[in-house]
Design a protein around this ligand. Structure first.
Ligand code: 2BA
Length: 109
């Protein structure tokens, strides 16, 4: 059995939840925050048999899009470095950041 952890954008989480439901894949959704953009995203944790890992990865890939977002960055605009202003920097986020881990034991009491 494997544990899949997938960090996805909030905009994709409904589509992904529905796709998991339709494929009879059990998942837990957690609200999370990206350390860089400091904005909300969604983390799915999925325990799955090894022979279904590729199926889960395909569903994630097909449900999550890459998007451009702007983050504010600060720069000094005069030679004496007294005046600072912020300017937008474009970053591409997603589709999804996925980790696949081994599971030692899967127990349900
Ligand atoms: P954030 O940390 O908010 O990062 C959002 C996007 O900002 C990233 O998209 C990447 O394009 C950019 N970014 C992140 N750190 C950067 C840095 N130090 N310098 C320049 N640009 C940077 P993604 O790579 O698609 O990541 C989306 C979200 O997935 C991340 O949100 C974070 O919540 C999670 N994530 C990504 N890599 C991770 C990792 N190695 N471990 C844990 N979580 C990760």
């Amino acid at each position: 059995m494997k544990l899949i952890i997938a960090v996805v954008q909030d905009q994709d989480q409904n589509v992904l939840s529905s796709a998991f439901f339709e494929a009879n894949i059990r998942a837990t959704k957690l609200s999370s925050t990206g350390g860089f953009l400091r904005s909300g995203n969604t983390t799915f944790i999925i325990g799955i048999e090894e022979d279904r890992v590729d199926e889960v990865l395909n569903i994630i890939q097909n449900s999550c899009q890459a998007r451009e977002q702007f983050v504010s960055s600060t720069m000094n605009i005069d030679v004496s470095f007294d005046v600072a202003t912020s300017y937008p920097v474009k970053v591409e986020v997603g589709g999804a950041t996925v980790f696949v881990l081994p599971i030692d034991q899967f127990i349900q009491f």
